[in-house]
Design a protein around this ligand. Structure first.
Ligand code: COA
Length: 146
């Protein structure tokens, strides 16, 4: 798969938000067994959402929340299983980071699932502190200056 065929967009329509929710449902609720009431939280309504599209098909997503004055919190990063390890996640993350910089944010934080720590380390994040449980999955706080 050629990375240049993947387009990452900011979600601006209800239809695109539905496509992101469909990805999150498959990845978090069906694959990782996160309870639906935890996965679908109130933060979606005021978050900035990104969608990765390959040949018209939505294959990945992520979101970003304002977190303090000049900080953002990245979350809900998900790529459909069959499209992983091809750089799609990195493209979504870089899109969110570029958007945060454009908005004047100076720092990004996230709660990384331990299995995804290597992915975020490669993208310049560092681990902070110990491991904690969130939705039954082991996580660690990570951060990166922008
Ligand atoms: C975490 C997640 C979003 C990453 O998305 P992705 O598209 O697989 O990410 P990338 O392809 O950019 O990078 C992932 C890995 O593939 C490797 N990779 C990237 N391009 C590659 C290529 N062309 N060939 C082989 N490996 C490649 C990267 O080096 C990276 O290695 P790692 O496994 O050691 O971290 C995805 O795995 C996912 O949806 N996981 C389930 C949900 C989840 O855990 N979300 C994170 C919550 S914190």
């Amino acid at each position: 798969m050629n990375e240049s065929r993947i387009k990452v967009i900011a979600i601006e329509s209800a239809a695109d938000m539905d496509r992101a929710w469909a990805i999150r449902r498959r990845v978090f609720i069906e694959e990782q067994h996160v309870p639906e009431e935890i996965e679908m939280d109130a933060d979606d309504s005021h978050a900035f959402h990104a969608l990765a599209i390959l040949d018209g098909v939505a294959i990945g997503c992520g979101r970003m929340l304002e977190h303090g004055a000049s900080e953002v919190k990245i979350g809900r990063m998900a790529v459909l299983r069959e499209f992983r390890k091809k750089g799609v996640g990195a493209q979504i993350l870089r899109f969110l980071i570029d958007s945060a910089r454009t908005r004047g944010s100076r720092k990004a934080i996230l709660h990384a699932q331990l299995t995804a720590e290597g992915f975020y380390l490669r993208e310049g994040f560092r681990a902070v502190g110990g491991v904690f449980d969130e939705a039954g999955i082991a996580h660690r706080l990570m951060e990166r200056d922008l």
